[in-house]
Design a protein around this ligand. Structure first.
Ligand code: BLA
Length: 318
């Protein structure tokens, strides 16, 4: 496993490797996401015992082809977390990336914690959400169970971090009523708001985890498992970050980071294929259509209202 990575010299290139403690200079750097990772790990440790994942051996620190950009990866598990993993990238050109996710064990129908921030010298692209494991548009009971009490939090941040405009229509099915989808030119004030949002969303997820009860019904566990596998299958195939990763580390290592690290489980949590889950992407010769979206982009404005009701149903009718 991970033959590609052994071809790289895996030096401890990232400055917070080992200690996970950013230096004051890094912590104060206006646009760094290191403090986000540091907060997330420390906060999660207050709620559960984090055990280093076996993935850490192969996925820890990597220098990009340019010899300057650094990719830092962390991964852990716990009694109720299947995988907590973090990829942060600090580019020499001011590019900063955070892809932080927490996937629950299949005995829990908890949402998936998802923070995806892509920052260049001119733009921030932000997705922050507790991605629902099950459908929150048609399954009202699931929506009420996890999101009802969080709607005010979502409304607060939707005002501070306004809707980022038209978005891949298919992605909306993976988002919750409290989704933060926003774009803004780099600004210290916005970065600060984003840090608060990240902390509040993570704390909310950890509270849900504390309260969650373990499912014992096998069919329900299988249902959770398939939903998580479907989610992983979507992101491992269509995540907008893939192109950037390929450019940074090359085709094969990028593929390995995506399938074995970021969306670990895509190859072993289920046997359905991308086309099984998303048949509309099947092209004439049976392969997967390379387009990111078959429907195109939509939702000029936030499709959830302030009560957490989805207001533009027709595009998502499968
Ligand atoms: C853009 N990233 C986006 C967009 C979304 C997401 C919604 C806006 C473009 C679009 O409409 O698709 C994120 N999409 C998600 C997430 C889910 C989803 C989280 O469906 C979950 C179900 N982004 C990263 C990483 C990189 C990155 C790691 O998370 C780079 C290494 C880059 N995201 C990135 C770039 C864009 C983007 C470059 C703009 C490219 C584009 O608009 O196509």
């Amino acid at each position: 496993r991970s033959t590609v990575f052994s071809m790289f010299t895996r030096t401890k290139c990232c400055s917070i490797a080992g200690t996970m403690r950013p230096s004051m200079a890094e912590a104060n750097s206006a646009l760094s996401y290191k403090k986000f990772v540091h907060f997330a790990l420390e906060e999660t440790k207050k709620h559960t015992q984090l055990i280093p994942s076996s993935l850490q051996e192969n996925f820890n620190c990597l220098k990009a082809i340019d010899g300057k950009t650094e990719l830092q990866m962390y991964s852990f598990g716990s009694p109720n977390i299947r995988l907590l993993r973090s990829l942060s990238i600090e580019g020499s050109d001011g590019m900063q990336v955070l892809d932080f996710a927490i996937f629950p064990r299949p005995e829990f129908d908890l949402p998936i914690f998802c923070a995806n921030f892509f920052t260049t010298a001119v733009m921030n692209i932000v997705v922050l959400d507790l991605n629902p494991l099950h459908d929150v548009i048609s399954q009202r009971d699931y929506k009420e169970k996890y999101y009802k009490h969080l709607i005010p939090l979502g409304v607060k941040y939707a005002e501070l971090l306004p809707w980022g405009g038209r978005i891949t229509t298919e992605s909306m099915k993976f988002f919750s009523p409290i989704i933060i989808w926003t774009k803004f030119p780099p600004s210290e004030q916005k970065h600060h708001v984003l840090y608060s949002a990240f902390k509040d969303y993570l704390k909310s997820w950890l509270e849900l985890m504390d309260q969650a009860s373990m499912e014992t019904d096998v069919s329900q566990i299988m249902f959770n498992l398939e939903s998580q596998h479907r989610y992983l299958t979507w992101r491992a195939e269509k995540d907008p970050g893939h192109q950037v990763l390929r450019r940074l580390v090359g085709e094969t290592p990028a593929k390995e980071i995506i399938r074995s690290f970021l969306f670990n489980g895509v190859d072993d949590l289920g046997s359905k294929t991308f086309i099984d889950y998303f048949p509309e992407y099947k092209s004439g010769d049976g392969t997967i259509n390379q387009k990111r979206s078959m429907i195109g982009k939509s939702f000029e404005s936030r499709p959830w209202d302030a009560r957490g009701e989805f207001i533009v149903r027709k595009l998502l009718r499968a």
